[in-house]
Design a protein around this ligand. Structure first.
Ligand code: HDE
Length: 712
């Protein structure tokens, strides 16, 4: 009996230790020691109007806890949003990897994915022009694997040694802490223009990839070349890709600037709302596999993280999918405390000598020590593996487990040699035995020295409208710099990438492209090395174009989760509205009614309809498309409100689809300065299917030139 009691209380304790989730419904308020609290509104005082007493342990516990609520934010990727989900494998790839996650098609591996901007602090707006982090924690049965990537396939620098310089240059300038979450300032371009290895990632940041429409509509990349190891211990090189089911879509810079004011949580809200509505975001996982013997087959180095392997040269093999189907319960406990480490791998995956990856293998564990307070951060619920862990590591800050027994060393006899080691065949990790025979040197491989061919390939591969956006972005960013010598140095480098691009930017800046620049360009080298040999080598042209790099070749097959603004006032046509909204909702679009005021409006059939937003509280940039049903009274009313006119003009300017029925045409006649009735995405009295097809195309970019002077 007594024994049973002990077992019960022991197992209760284990359960308590394991389960850290707390439900507050129906519970009484207590202190952290379990004392029931009778008053949490008033401190203990010496008399009704007297001073507060030091004795007040209730006040001290509450305030102390509050004082220490914040932990240091991530030095990079501080602004993030995350969700839970799962990963499923389509087919076993055991010929390449022995990892359970890549061989067992019957598994549903739990995942936690966090998306982030890089430069801004935790409270910065979502629509900064920036790279997006794309980090996924796979809780596999052989241990946790973290794939800590970005939404661009390459990185700025080639060696971890330069990372602090890169980040210090893009962060707010240290004297005045300005600008927040923005690369458009002198220090960043001072650095970029002196470190030409950055130019490839940089041109991606100038492209629409840096201002995604949604976190759900961006690709993800592991960037570095990793290794797959199969059960015969054979190695293949691999690069990882995430392909969003909804395609890759972006907004314009004008929208980004406005969204940051209208809803600075735009991406965070979009991810949260989609999951709450049951529209679970999905990505397919793809791999580019390169046989070991092809290591030197390419005109770039596989170990160089500033180079992508064009899909046109090595196709991406789709092997599985990730579905995000649950929002976190608590932002701090999960999204903030999650710790991703590129060093978290499982048997079947291994590293290469990419010098950036090698540095990351040190940095991420190190950063968690100050961010999460000590070496036991793996015990925080979100960071715990799904498998049991046993080792002899002990103590330290925030130890929340109670390791039992007499021994904490290996080998031992007192605990029967446990925890014992695992044989390789039983899943024990064994590093790939790469042959190494080299001098110890501090240098950069010559094979990393081509900094211009791939930025040029990227630019050549873009559609006309994408190229225009790149030119506009360079012009904006450099236009924000104060020093002409920095702008001129950049112009010289852009001209090395593409001379027509440089001409456009130079015109916008009102500067000449210099014919030479004074100082050596490439500072990727040590002080004693010859500068001249690092001048830009001739560009290679191993591929004229890589169409997969252009967003004009992405998927355009769905309007699911697209936000459709419907502008209405009392007397709007119910018949038109119902036909259109039924068709849109059937395709998964989200309809939002916007009216001159909040509350409800009445349609022409006398029914009341709840309004989603009064016009004063919203902006066109928060929507993907616009519909105006007819109804004479409604249209007359809408015409009198300037903000609706602005709303319509802006929707037009951002090249979005607009559908109007009957009297709705009068409203666009009043609004549009020139006639857009022939525009393929302005649909007047057309069928819902025409509007749906126009929304699927995301934008009608052909309109761009005609609308660029609309003054909104
Ligand atoms: Fe990171 N990076 N990084 N990075 N990184 C961090 O780790 C670092 C790099 C990336 O949602 C930090 O836990 C170094 C490449 C993502 O929590 C820090 C170098 C790629 C995230 C760190 C790189 C990334 C981070 C900050 C050069 C794409 C956010 C807090 C050697 C493949 C993960 C933290 C999350 C976060 C260091 C380069 C992606 C300081 C030293 C390349 C997505 O450890």
């Amino acid at each position: 009996m007594a024994n049973d009691k002990k077992t019960n209380s022991e197992s209760k304790k284990i359960n308590d230790l394991k389960s850290s989730e707390k439900e507050f419904k129906g519970s009484v308020m207590t202190t952290n020691q379990g004392l029931k609290v009778n008053d949490t509104n008033n401190s203990l005082k010496s008399g009704e109007r007297g001073s507060t007493l030091l004795e007040d342990f209730l006040l001290r516990e509450k305030i102390t806890s509050f004082d220490h609520e914040r932990i240091p934010e991530r030095i990079v990727h501080a602004r993030g949003s995350a969700a839970h989900g799962y990963f499923e494998l389509y087919e076993s790839i055991s010929q390449y990897s022995k990892a359970g996650i890549f061989t067992d098609v019957n598994r549903k591996t739990p995942v936690f994915a966090r998306f982030s901007t890089v430069a801004g602090s935790k409270g910065s707006p979502d629509l900064a022009r920036d790279v997006r982090g794309f980090a996924v924690k796979f809780y596999t049965q052989e241990g946790t694997w973290d794939l800590v990537g970005n939404n661009m396939p390459i990185f700025f620098i080639q060696d971890a040694m330069k990372f602090p310089d890169l980040i210090h240059s893009v962060k707010p300038e240290p004297n005045k802490e300005i600008p927040q979450a923005a690369s458009a300032h002198d220090t960043f371009y001072d650095f970029v223009s002196h470190a030409t290895e950055t130019l490839h990632n940089h041109i991606w940041v100038m492209s629409d990839r840096a201002i995604p429409r949604s976190l759900r509509m961006m690709e993800g990349f592991g960037i570095h070349t990793f290794r797959f190891i199969n059960s015969k211990n054979e190695s293949h090189f691999v690069r990882f890709h995430w392909k969003p089911k909804l395609g890759v879509h972006s907004i314009t810079w004008d929208e980004a600037v406005k969204i940051n004011g209208a809803d600075s949580d735009f991406h965070r809200r979009d991810l949260w709302d989609a999951i709450e509505a049951g529209h679970f975001p999905e990505w397919e996982l793809g791999v580019q596999i390169i046989p070991q013997e092809d290591e030197f087959k390419f005109e770039f180095d596989l170990l160089d993280p500033t180079k992508l392997i064009p899909e046109e040269m090595v196709p991406v093999k789709i092997i599985g999918k990730m579905v995000l189907n649950k929002n976190p319960e608590n932002f701090f406990a999960e999204t903030e405390q999650v710790a991703f480490l590129p060093g978290h791998i499982v048997p079947g995956i291994d590293f290469t000598n990419d010098p950036l990856l090698q540095g990351r293998l040190f940095s991420y564990r190190d950063t968690q020590l100050s961010r999460l307070g000590g070496p036991n951060f793996h015990q925080i619920p979100i960071n715990r593996p799904v498998v049991d862990t046993h080792n002899n590591q002990r103590d330290g800050m925030m130890q929340t487990e109670i390791p039992k027994g007499q021994t904490a060393y290996f080998p031992n006899s007192l605990t029967g040699g446990c925890p014992h080691l695992a044989k390789i065949a039983e899943g024990g990790f064994h590093s790939y035995e790469e042959r190494i025979d080299a001098k110890k040197i501090r240098t950069r491989s010559e094979s990393f020295n081509d900094h211009f061919s791939q930025p040029a390939l990227f630019y050549r591969s873009l559609a006309k409208w994408e190229q225009q956006h790149v030119a506009d972005a360079y012009t904006f960013e450099l236009g924000k710099c104060n020093h002409d010598h920095i702008k001129e140095r950049m112009l010289w480098l852009i001209a090395e990438i593409d001379s027509t691009l440089a001409k456009k930017v130079a015109e916008g800046l009102g500067l000449e492209i210099p014919t030479s620049i004074e100082q050596p360009v490439n500072q990727a080298i040590g002080a004693d090395e010859e500068v001249s040999k690092h001048q830009p080598p001739k560009k290679k042209n191993y591929l004229d174009q890589a169409p997969t790099l252009s967003q004009s070749n992405t998927k355009f097959d769905s309007i699911a989760t697209r936000q459709i603004a419907v502008i209405v006032a009392n007397g709007f046509s119910m018949k038109n509205f119902k036909k259109m909204s039924d068709a849109l909702e059937k395709e998964g679009a989200m309809i939002k009614l916007i009216a001159p005021h909040g509350g409800t409006v009445k349609c022409d059939e006398g029914m009341s309809h709840k309004i989603d937003a009064a016009i004063i509280t919203t902006e066109s940039v928060l929507f993907d498309a616009l519909y105006i049903p007819g109804g004479k009274d409604a249209v007359v009313k809408l015409m009198t409100e300037a903000k609706f006119i602005k709303f319509i003009n802006e929707t037009l300017k951002h090249c979005k689809a607009i559908a109007v029925d009957q009297e709705g045409e009068d409203l666009i006649d009043k609004t549009f300065a020139i006639n857009f009735k022939k525009d393929t995405a302005v649909l007047i009295n057309k069928e819902p299917i025409d509007f749906i097809n126009a929304i699927k195309k995301h934008r009608n970019w052909e309109r761009s030139e005609l609308v660029k002077d609309i003054p909104v």
